[in-house]
Design a protein around this ligand. Structure first.
Ligand SMILES: [Zn+2]
Ligand SMILES: [Zn+2]
Ligand SMILES: [Zn+2]
Length: 155
């Protein structure tokens, strides 16, 4: 006599957890990390050691402050909150896509549509440092380094 027991076997459903290999693109958070790379640096000026002073007015409308420096042709244009001449400049010359803000010395790439980390990109570090020096009259604060040579006088 086969008594078919109606014992219910618990069914375990394994939810396959896919490992998240995708980098967080910052779309759920309000804060967007500046990019540490940019493919649009080829058109940058080869001489970013010499740039206009941060107090240079917009070359189109003479707006006096918080302008942007095009890092390709080193012309100065006002922000999108004024007469958006920097935006116009990029639209007219699309390969001029990287600009430095004289307001807070951040670097923006119009093609990446993102801020760039000037400290992480050697090409930008130089011009950021130069702009900082022009704006504040001193070098930017350096990250503490362990390889500082302390010259101690041994008697
Ligand atoms: Zn870019
Ligand atoms: Zn302007
Ligand atoms: Zn330009």
């Amino acid at each position: 006599m086969a008594s078919s027991s109606s014992s219910s076997v618990p069914v375990v459903i394994y939810e396959e957890e896919e490992e998240e290999l995708v980098m967080d693109d910052g779309s759920g958070s309000g804060w967007v990390e500046p990019r540490t790379s940019c493919d649009h640096l080829a058109s940058l000026s080869s001489d970013l050691a010499h740039i206009p002073h941060p107090a240079t007015p917009c070359s189109k409308c003479q707006h006096p402050m918080e302008n942007w420096l095009c890092l390709s042709c080193k012309q100065v244009f006002c922000s999108r909150f004024v007469n958006k001449h920097m935006v116009d400049h990029h639209e007219q010359t699309p390969n001029h896509s990287v600009a430095l803000s004289f307001s807070d010395l951040s670097v923006w790439c119009f093609v990446c549509d993102a801020y760039l980390d000037a400290q992480a990109i050697p090409t930008l570090r130089t011009v950021h440092q130069t702009a900082y020096l022009l704006k504040f009259g001193e070098d930017p604060p350096q990250l503490p380094s362990n390889d500082q040579c302390l010259q101690l006088g041994n008697e």
